[in-house]
Design a protein around this ligand. Structure first.
Ligand SMILES: *[C@@H]1O[C@H](CO)[C@@H](O)[C@H](O)[C@H]1NC(C)=O
Ligand SMILES: *[C@@H]1O[C@H](CO)[C@@H](O)[C@H](O)[C@H]1NC(C)=O
Ligand SMILES: *[C@@H]1O[C@H](CO)[C@@H](O)[C@H](O)[C@H]1NC(C)=O
Length: 228
């Protein structure tokens, strides 16, 4: 029985979330969670893969809670759950979903590393892995970062070599073109220089001709009128 009164609730929640968001905005910049640059990583079935996760907090932390969750099209589960007492202690695992998972890294010495290692990879391990961190010292602020794992038959290195070959060929062609252009320019330069030399010779010889034949002659002709 939906009434007008029910509609108020979601709106109020939206408003509340909005206000909370505004309130948390300056604070939320302090707790950061990172899974590195790669958004998708590929791993071969049967092998192992490290899912990286580090966090940072400029306020420091105490009894920090962390967990990794898994999400694919049909499954959602918490893989590992634990706490870190403070900056001088290593994480304590309280729950682990699978024996193939181990927590790697350390939270001592500002490493803040809560990466997990997944062993004996199966194709069904493909999915999105999210690393969550909640800091009681920062109003139980929670942050997370997600990395996608793709378990494959074999890593396709052929694509890389093909790309490399294409790049090499393109690079070679461009290099050749530049070389040809340079040679052309050089030849043109040489031709121009030799022509200029020839011209210079022509100009100087004609100039000599002028001074030897024309100028003395004109001077001789000009002298008499200036004396008059
Ligand atoms: C990966 O899966 C393929 C296909 O199911 C299988 O042939 C291969 O042996 C597996 N590799 C490993 C290392 O388990
Ligand atoms: C799992 O991922 C789907 C999208 O692929 C998303 O709609 C859903 O909310 C996620 N579940 C959880 C619990 O995060
Ligand atoms: C986190 O710890 C793992 C395991 O010791 C290591 O391989 C990885 O490089 C560390 N990550 C960072 C960002 O230090």
């Amino acid at each position: 029985m939906p009434g007008a009164g029910d509609r108020g609730a979601p709106r109020a929640r939206w408003l509340g979330t909005g206000l909370l968001g505004l309130f948390l905005l300056p604070v939320s910049l302090s707790l950061e969670v990172s899974v590195g640059k790669a958004t998708t990583i590929y791993a071969v079935n049967g092998t192992e893969i490290l899912l990286p996760c580090t966090f940072s907090s400029c306020f420091g932390f105490e009894n920090l809670r962390f967990w990794w969750s898994y999400n694919s099209t049909d499954t959602f589960k918490i893989l590992i759950d634990g706490t870190v007492k403070n900056e001088k202690s290593d994480p304590k695992v309280k729950l682990k979903e699978d024996d193939r998972i181990t927590l790697e890294g350390t939270t001592k010495e500002k490493m803040n590393n809560i990466s997990i290692l997944l062993r004996n990879l199966e194709f069904s391990d493909s999915g999105r892995y999210t690393c969550h961190v909640k800091n009681p010292k920062e109003n139980y602020l929670q942050h997370q970062a997600t990395i996608t794992l793709q378990v494959v038959d074999k890593l396709e290195e052929v694509d890389n070599t093909a790309t490399l070959i294409i790049l090499a060929v393109v690079g070679g062609v461009i290099g050749l073109l530049v070389f040809v252009l340079l040679v052309k320019k050089f030849i043109a330069f040489i031709i121009k220089k030799t022509q200029e030399k020839k011209k210079e010779c022509l100009v100087s010889s004609s100039g000599n001709d002028n001074t030897e034949n024309g100028l003395p002659g004109s001077k001789a002709e000009e002298k008499p009128p200036t004396k008059v």
